[in-house]
Design a protein around this ligand. Structure first.
Ligand SMILES: C[S@@+](CC[C@H](N)C(=O)[O-])C[C@H]1O[C@@H](n2cnc3c(N)ncnc32)[C@H](O)[C@@H]1O
Length: 359
């Protein structure tokens, strides 16, 4: 197969471009300004280069053009990117004029300069929902002005085999518009969504028989043989467990978590404790028979469906569909951030496969 060339802007750990790699594309370059994320990208994307650039500064776009020229890449096939979304995010202050909301312009500028066959941009739902969808309107208008008709679509990760309730908006624009891009159809119906248990039950508990949480070693053995097709898929290239270090909760929190039944949250606590929490997802224990809640960048409000601790980086990565041989670098909070920021690789892969029909 011809290897289509891909550049990933705002690459983070590279969940989105990992999906493109797994679909057989040639990811040549990832750009971000976060050192830990770039290290993770570099070590998990074969021969791709991780480049540190500040994409607020549009003069840096020329450095990307030069890089591709030096490697004799005259025609870029796909530009992908998940520009930061804190400015739109419901979790943040949601100021539509937050300067981070204009970072996508780096993608517009690079598209204009390189004219790739396709552009894929991912973001949070607030981009199409908040303030009458002004964020999405800007993206669509700016790309239209340079000849790309962006088609938006909200995708729900469990529909594509990801064991996590995660909704994001994806925009795809094609240079040589023959047909409008048609997003892939859902692959699973809700009765067959991959569950938390199917996703992570083979990973070490990090809990002693007495119920104490331990940190565990840097590299560990699996607790059991794989128990589901999903676990077999995640373990395909891996013999050991990495990034599975437990966060030991203080005694008060551990006792509190122990009182929350599976699938419930702080509202299930006795009256005297309930009032301590306001956040609607506080102290949520995952339901083993359902996909997890949306993996965030490490707010520490979600708990394992069985053990009295927050999910580890590896468990969160599994719920995001990162395979076990994809190892995260940086300190633990940087690792959580990289995992929570990412597009689930399986979802990226499904879109990448569909895109082949158009380019
Ligand atoms: C939502 S994350 C992207 C996640 C990625 N698409 C994935 O699938 O793993 C956004 C990224 O933009 C990066 N970023 C934020 N501001 C930036 C800037 N001014 N220049 C370059 N990168 C920036 C952040 O460090 C973060 O890694």
């Amino acid at each position: 197969m011809q290897n289509y060339k891909v550049v990933d802007l705002f690459c983070g750990a590279g969940g989105l471009s990992k999906g493109f790699l797994d679909a057989g594309y040639d990811v040549v370059l990832g750009i971000d300004y976060d050192d830990a994320a770039l290290e993770t990208f570099q070590k998990n994307h074969g021969s791709a280069t991780a480049m540190k650039l500040d994409l607020y500064n549009h003069e840096n776009i020329e450095k990307i053009v030069d890089f591709l020229k030096e490697r004799n890449i005259d025609n870029l096939d796909v530009l992908v990117g998940g520009p930061p979304c804190q400015g739109f995010s419901y979790a943040g202050k949601m100021d539509i004029n937050d300067k981070r909301n204009f970072l996508y312009i780096a993608m517009v500028k690079l598209t204009e300069r390189l004219r790739p066959k396709a552009v894929l941009l991912e973001n949070v739902l607030a981009m199409i929902e908040a303030n009458g969808g002004v964020g999405a309107r800007r993206v669509i208008d700016d790309f239209r002005a340079i000849g790309y008709k962006m088609v938006p679509k909200v995708l729900f990760a469990p529909d594509y085999g990801v064991p996590q309730i995660r909704k994001r908006v994806f925009f795809v624009g094609l240079r040589d518009l023959v047909d409008e891009f048609c997003f892939p159809e859902a692959m699973l119906d809700p009765a067959h969504y991959i569950t938390c248990e199917e996703a992570i039950s083979d990973l070490p508990s990090l809990q002693t028989d007495k119920g104490e949480i331990v940190r565990g070693e840097k590299v560990q053995d699996y607790m059991t043989e794989p128990k589901s097709d999903y676990q077999r898929l995640m373990r395909k290239q891996s013999l050991k467990v990495y990034n599975h270090v437990g966060s030991v909760p203080i005694e008060k929190t551990r006792k509190m978590i122990a009182l929350v039944p599976e699938g419930k949250n702080y509202l299930a606590l006795p009256d005297e404790y309930r009032g301590l929490y306001k956040y609607h997802e506080a102290l949520t224990r995952y339901n083993s028979k359902k996909p997890s809640l949306t993996i965030n960048t490490g707010h520490r409000s979600h708990f394992h469906y069985k053990w009295n601790r927050i999910p580890t980086v590896r468990e969160s990565a599994r719920l995001q569909s990162f395979p076990d041989d994809f190892i995260f670098y940086g300190n633990q909070s940087e690792q959580f951030k990289q995992v929570g920021n990412a597009v689930p690789p399986l979802l990226g892969q499904v879109i990448a496969e569909q895109l082949k029909k158009y380019i």
